[in-house]
Design a protein around this ligand. Structure first.
Ligand code: CU
Ligand code: CU
Length: 322
């Protein structure tokens, strides 16, 4: 594990990896040549693919009771070894076998029921951000508290307020439970829907592959450079809505920066009014927001953390605008 991480470190050049890419013609294919990292992550073996996750919204199952919608999901904590970079295997803790966990999506005012099954060898919870009673907060010692291996509980509350939220485990040592992969985005759509858009999920994370409480890898949706290898395809003129959540552990701050354009920024997605038209936002852990943008012209436009170290260690990608 340590050797793999050290290898990754040594392979990352201190120049701009995308410049090398621009000179590489024709493009050799998925996973080749970015930032000097050889080979590709086996997404199929991991059981999830950042190219699917970026547009994957889990609406759960619904039924009606007493005139209102009950929306239900099941989240299972599972210990999984995940290839987080070519040849770098990480002993992860996951919700439903993937990192980030499913992007749970619902509508304002619905009743939500999340069955949590702990299939991991370690105690865990799910702590949701948003409005809910204390006993549904998913923290040790309150309500169902810590869920032991083999245990289960149901978190139930109303979908409030409309906005972009998140969920994560809240068992100590908290930094480790989050850094191992137990988190996901949670979106409550406003009762009056937002404008139709091409919607994306971007959970900014990282991995401490040698257990020194510092990250060796950074990414959006887990796999470093995934969207450099295969850009996120969007269409010129379309409204693109990015749901950006920062769950990065160990580093005090993360950021999102877009090239060649500016976006409307809606912090926490709780207001219909943008706070700013910008190309860079800084986020501490747990901070999130909705970014809306239209690309007027086709081309490749980069997005990345505006911390160069994070960028070089994997947190960068491209939009391919056609
Ligand atoms: Cu946990
Ligand atoms: Cu939190």
């Amino acid at each position: 594990m340590g050797a793999g991480a050290a290898l990754m470190h040594s392979q990352v050049p201190h120049s701009h990896p995308w410049e090398a890419d621009a000179h590489a013609a024709p493009h050799a294919g998925h996973g080749d040549d970015h930032a000097g990292v050889r080979g590709a992550v086996d997404h199929a073996a991991n059981g999830f693919d950042p190219h699917a996750i970026v547009r994957d919204f889990d609406w759960g199952r619904t039924r009606r009771a007493g005139g209102r919608v009950i929306r239900e999901w099941e989240l299972v904590a599972l210990d999984r070894e995940i290839e987080v970079a070519p040849g770098v295997r990480f002993a992860a803790w996951t919700y439903n076998g993937r990192i980030p966990g499913p992007m749970l999506r619902c509508r304002e005012g619905e009743r939500l029921r999340i069955t949590f099954v702990n299939g991991s060898a370690h105690p865990h919870t799910i702590h949701f951000h948003g409005l809910h009673p204390a006993e549904m907060d998913g923290v040790p010692g309150i309500g169902a508290g810590t869920i032991a291996p083999g245990g289960r509980t149901v978190y139930e509350f109303d979908a409030l307020p409309a906005g972009l939220h998140l969920y994560h485990c809240h068992v100590r040592p908290l930094a480790e439970h989050i850094a191992k992969g137990l988190y996901g985005a949670f979106l409550v759509d406003p009762a009056e829907p937002r404008e139709e858009a091409d919607e994306l999920v971007m959970v900014m994370n990282g991995f401490d592959t040698n257990f020194d409480r510092a990250n060796e890898l950074y990414a959006v949706n887990t796999i470093p450079f995934a969207y450099m290898d295969r850009p996120v395809a969007v269409r010129s003129g379309d409204l693109v809505r990015m749901h950006i959540v920062n769950v990065l552990e160990y580093d005090l701050i993360n950021s999102f920066h877009l090239h060649g354009n500016l976006f409307d920024w809606y912090p926490t997605g709780t207001s219909r009014r943008a706070s700013e038209l910008t190309d860079t936002v800084a986020l501490c852990q747990g901070q999130r927001g909705i970014a809306e943008v239209r690309f007027p012209t086709p081309g490749r436009f980069m997005f990345h953390a505006h911390q160069s170290e994070f960028t070089e260690l994997g947190w960068q990608g491209f939009f391919e605008v056609t």
